[in-house]
Design a protein around this ligand. Structure first.
Ligand SMILES: *Cc1c(COP(=O)(O)O)cnc(C)c1O
Length: 418
């Protein structure tokens, strides 16, 4: 059972203030979850979560997470600019990019961000672009398949990211020659994992790699970055991850591998995006059409431009019809947006209570990789973002796009005869 973080009464009031569709975020949920993560890793002195900005690139959200002690993880020029503007300084910023243009390395270096190199050839590229900083990280890809207890979780051998094990050692040596003094290891081997074993399994691999790298190169390794990948249960039948159990699992691997190797001062970093925000964002939309043809359709005022995951990955997002939570789910609907694309459906053959025109629908778990993945296909405009404060008040933290925004990059469009 998934319950919205707002009541129907609350939402009716919010919708009288802001036109649908919009993304609604729950400040209380975001803060409580961030505190729990911090608690789970409180055994590690240097622990820090670097929120993956790409998941929810909104300055108000970043400031909330900053207030909870988080830094940011960036992978582009504008994400760096946003972090800087929000007051994240120097080592509060992780720059975990790939296929990186030189201007982006330059800005990351100027801001004093910790640069996480995706490839060995980027060493010379970075050296030319901005010089080699004293503190640096390298991204590891062990190749093959990543499995937990014989279950294949993902396929790093097919992923474009990271360096091989021999390249890691070579990269460390080369970086030391160029003046680097302090090293980190990063890896992201599986996405949206719903198991308490992902981080502990990954941690063990990285800790063992760190011990070997230290022996082989003499590098001073000060941090290990477990990156993103802790998922959330999008479907109501799944159990959520227990972050306290996950933290304990990582601690066990730390005690087994790093402590005996005399590396008990290594800081643990995370770069979570989805886990930090997804459950604390709803896409709020209104039913505006019902269509009875070969199937039963409900047309809503949001579309894939506002939440692309169902169209892109066939992803499940739970839907609550507000005010009908206790009514039987005795209708089967496709819930569609208005794009001229047949994959613009938030749900296919979904059992729901009878939907009437004007009903408000909450599309769950849209707080990460939701608004952020938006685009402007069909000339559709992006929605606003609204924050539900802890005291129950709301504030608009991004206005909706207007046609003027859409045409803004066509310089002089309205002034010239075409
Ligand atoms: C996307 C990404 C993350 C965040 O991933 P989630 O699945 O949202 O936790 C973290 N680090 C890097 C380098 C990423 O590309």
């Amino acid at each position: 059972m998934k319950t919205p973080f707002v009541t129907k009464e609350q939402l009716d009031k919010i919708c009288s203030q802001y036109p649908t569709p919009f993304h609604l975020y729950d400040e209380k949920g975001i803060r409580e979850n961030a505190r729990k993560l911090k608690q789970a890793f409180s055994w590690n002195k240097g622990f820090k979560e670097y929120f993956a900005v790409k998941a929810t690139p909104n300055p108000t959200i970043l400031k909330i997470l900053q207030d909870e002690g988080c830094g940011t993880d960036c992978s582009s020029y504008t994400e760096l600019l946003m972090s800087d503007k929000c007051g994240f300084k120097g080592t509060d910023i992780m720059f975990s990019s790939n296929d990186t243009p030189k201007e982006e390395f330059k800005l990351a270096a100027d801001l004093g961000a910790t640069i996480n190199l995706d490839d060995i050839t980027h060493i010379d590229f970075l050296n030319k672009a901005a010089g080699i900083p004293k503190r640096i990280s390298c991204r590891f890809n062990p190749g093959g398949k990543f499995a937990i207890a014989n279950t294949i979780m993902d396929n790093p051998g097919d992923a474009k990211y990271g360096m091989t094990k021999p390249q890691m050692a070579e990269a460390y040596k080369r970086l030391m020659e160029l003046g680097a003094e302090e090293f980190g290891i990063h890896a992201f081997l599986a996405s949206n994992t719903v198991t308490n074993e992902y981080y502990p399994t990954l941690a063990k691999i990285l800790f063992e790699t760190a011990v070997k790298l230290k022996k082989e190169t003499g590098a001073h390794i000060t941090f290990i970055n477990l990156s993103g990948g802790i998922g959330i249960p999008y479907t109501p039948d799944k159990e959520p991850n227990d972050i306290l159990t996950i933290g304990e699992g990582v601690r066990k691997a730390y005690d087994e591998v790093l402590i005996p190797a005399g590396m008990g001062d290594v800081a643990i970093y995370t770069e979570l995006g989805r886990f930090m925000l997804a459950p604390y964002g709803h896409l709020i939309t209104k039913a505006i059409h019902e269509k009875h043809t070969h199937k039963e359709y409900i047309g809503v005022d949001a579309c894939a431009v506002n939440l692309m995951r169902p169209a892109m990955y066939g992803a499940y997002h739970h839907i609550t019809v507000m005010g009908k939570e206790n009514e039987p789910a005795d209708h089967v609907y496709d819930i569609t947006g208005s794009l001229c694309e047949n994959n613009d459906k938030f749900a296919i053959d979904r059992k729901l209570p009878k939907i009437d025109m004007g009903d408000l629908l909450v599309i769950h778990d849209a707080g990460a990789h939701g608004f952020a993945m938006g685009y402007n296909y069909n000339g559709k405009l992006k929605s606003s973002e609204i924050l539900l404060r802890e005291d129950g008040s709301t504030v608009m933290i991004r206005r909706a796009e207007t046609p003027e925004d859409y045409f803004a990059t066509l310089d002089g469009f309205w002034d010239i005869d075409l």
